[in-house]
Design a protein around this ligand. Structure first.
Ligand code: G6P
Length: 618
């Protein structure tokens, strides 16, 4: 997955591209590049590429004096490598043999090998190891055969031959005001002003330039010219997408004086939870969801729930399983999206499939939900991004209102997801009659205390740092939990490994004795979620098992719990809350621990190596 951007009709084309690319870095930062067209027909296009992401690209562009003056059309790309290592040669834009055409791509061309064999046989010279480059040469070839169809005709014919996913933008020096864009599965939005037309992988990349957006759907092609956008389908039928106005605040995506996005976003967690809870209870006692196109009768007829998600969103889903089963008395299966899609799951119209996705664009989850719809299951999406691909296709949507999240490791959106899923669990319970409305209201009222408890947990950041400092030399960590503490342990381990690159693994505490305990030896650091739940005693028995084998034990414990403290080498304190809500609070010190550990190791917490925030490849 990568980020793409393009603009035509502007005056500061290079600046717009560089600024947009910097905002798209969360989608990948292995390398970056841009290409602009000269102001006059037929001149050569100008391309700059850097192997080390958008900052080095910016330096490169500033150092170079040969950029064409007055260019008003250009495209840019920030890369998360899939095919071909991160290098300048593999950085986009890719050009054709003539050097007149440049193309950027986000996605994967699955049949690129057979296409490239064919192109090489026909005499094309391919320079990179990417799957993308074939597109530039196929378009070149079409333009040679059917010049009368122009760039848009050549792109259309090329895309008919391609298998896989793409969001592309193409420019050609023979048509200097034009950008041709197209999409299948990978996200692409377009913005419009009176004199400009632009495109990007997401809306924030273009905010500040416009508030008027159009969304390109699958297998549509757009022709962007200064002040106008024409959209057609792959077979050439014209479509008129609605113009949408967004009211996001760009400032919300800046750091606000914090050293990095991650700490800013962790400190926004009380607000993210509070906003997600806000106004959910209607005067008649029912819960308000966003965009519900499933009737209460349909919800009552549901006999099974599937949750599909990836990464931290998967852990949020795992936490919610306990709440939905307990309150709504519905069987819940949870699966990692990329596994769900290919395992022939048993679904029908009485199945509710809940997709959990911060971005609403993760391709594994998007395709899993499409598979669910194919079986007539009802699809409900929990997402942080309004109008994302998943939310547009869902039967119902419950938005997390966390605001834009830039740090690659999810924090505030993770807490907001758990909150939203718990609200959903209560809604299902109430609709299905497994909880009385007054009971659902009592639980919802109790959730009102969560933002303050999260705030209290965050105020302990300095104490957590002391603990992280004490164990900074440990090469590996084991995380343990039971019941809802188990997904908290999984999330703690994921945060630590993705940010600090240390080996960390989470286990159900009761499972340890069936294998993992073999790796415990004197000095192994074990981090346990030992807050007060009905399984606290059993959890402490598992803690005793690792202690007796010499492990060093760090426990997440409720404030004032001296009994737990006595069993620990160090404690991460959190306020006590209802067991089913406890993940929202208990995960906070583990986020802080991973954050401190990464900083102690001198690592960039916002841009962990090899990762990207939005993953639009399978
Ligand atoms: C990437 C991110 C993770 C995120 C996962 C799922 O791997 O680095 O932080 O949890 O994708 O993303 P989603 O947008 O679907 O929640």
């Amino acid at each position: 997955m990568c980020g793409i951007i393009g603009i035509t009709g502007g005056e500061e084309t290079l600046d717009v591209l560089l600024e947009g690319l910097a905002r798209l870095e969360y989608r990948g930062y292995d390398s970056a590049g841009l290409a602009v067209l000269p102001a006059t027909d037929g001149g050569p296009l100008w391309r700059a590429r850097a192997a080390n992401g958008t900052r080095s690209l910016e330096d490169l562009v500033k150092r170079t004096e040969d950029a064409p003056p007055g260019s008003s059309t250009g495209i840019g790309h920030t890369r998360w490598a899939t095919h071909g290592r991160p290098s300048e040669a593999n950085a986009h834009p890719h050009v054709d043999c003539t050097g007149q055409l440049a193309l950027v791509h986000n996605g994967i061309i699955e049949n690129h090998l057979e296409l490239s064999d064919e192109l090489v046989l026909a005499g094309h010279h391919l320079e990179s190891d990417t799957d993308t480059e074939v597109l530039a040469h196929l378009i070149e070839s079409e333009l040679g055969t059917h010049p009368e169809a122009g760039l848009v005709g050549a792109v259309r014919e090329t895309l008919r031959r391609v298998r896989g996913y793409f969001a592309i933008a193409v420019i050609h020096s023979g048509e200097p005001d034009l950008i041709v864009a197209a999409r299948r599965v990978s996200p692409l939005v377009m913005g419009l002003t009176e004199t400009e037309a632009m495109l990007a992988s997401d809306i924030p990349a273009l905010l500040g330039r416009t508030r008027s957006f159009l969304l390109l759907e699958d297998d549509q092609i757009a022709e962007l010219r200064p002040g106008s956008i024409r959209v057609t389908t792959l077979d050439g039928t014209e479509v008129i997408p609605p113009l949408r106005t967004v009211d996001y605040d760009l400032d919300a995506a800046r750091k606000d004086g914090y050293p990095d996005y991650m700490s800013k976003e962790m400190h926004e967690q009380p607000m993210a939870v509070a906003n997600t809870l806000l106004d959910r209870l209607l005067p008649d006692g029912t819960l308000a969801l966003d965009e519900v196109r499933i009737s209460d009768d349909e919800l009552r007829s549901i006999d099974k729930v599937f949750i599909v998600a990836c990464g931290s969103s998967y852990h949020a889903g795992l936490m919610a399983k306990y709440a939905i089963e307990h309150w709504a008395r519905l069987p819940v299966e949870i699966d990692i999206s990329s596994e769900f899609r290919y395992r022939d799951p048993v679904l029908d119209s009485r199945t509710l499939v809940i997709g959990v996705s911060q971005s609403g664009e993760t391709v594994d989850t998007l395709q899993a939900l499409r598979e669910a719809r194919r079986w007539n299951a009802k699809v409900l999406v929990i997402s942080n991004v309004v109008d994302s691909s998943m939310t547009r296709e869902a039967d119902a949507v419950l938005y997390t209102r966390a605001g834009p999240e830039i740090g690659v490791a999810s924090t505030k959106t993770h807490l907001a997801q758990i909150t939203a899923l718990e609200i959903l669990a209560l809604y299902l319970a109430q609709t299905r009659g497994t909880l009385y409305p007054h009971e659902a209201r009592e639980f919802l009222d109790a959730m009102g205390a969560l933002p303050d408890k999260v705030e209290t947990a965050l105020e302990r950041a300095a104490d957590v740092e002391v603990v992280a400092t004490a164990y900074r030399a440990s090469p590996s960590f084991i995380f343990l939990g039971r019941h809802v503490g188990y997904p908290v342990a999984l999330e703690g381990a994921l945060k630590l490994k993705e940010l600090s690159y240390l080996w960390a693994e989470g286990f159900p505490a009761g499972e340890l004795k069936h294998g993992p305990i073999a790796v415990v030896e004197p000095g192994t650091v074990v981090i346990g979620v030992a807050t007060r739940t009905h399984l606290w005693e059993k959890m402490m028995a598992n803690v005793a098992e690792v202690k007796s084998r010499g492990a060093t034990v760090v426990l997440v414990a409720n404030d004032g719990d001296e009994e737990t403290e006595r069993q620990a080498d160090a404690v991460l304190w959190v306020p006590e809350t209802h067991q089913l809500f406890s993940p929202i609070v208990d995960v906070v010190p583990l986020q802080l621990f991973a954050y401190s550990m990464a900083r102690l190791h001198g690592l960039d917490v916002d841009r962990p190596r090899n990762l990207a925030k939005v993953v639009t490849v399978e």
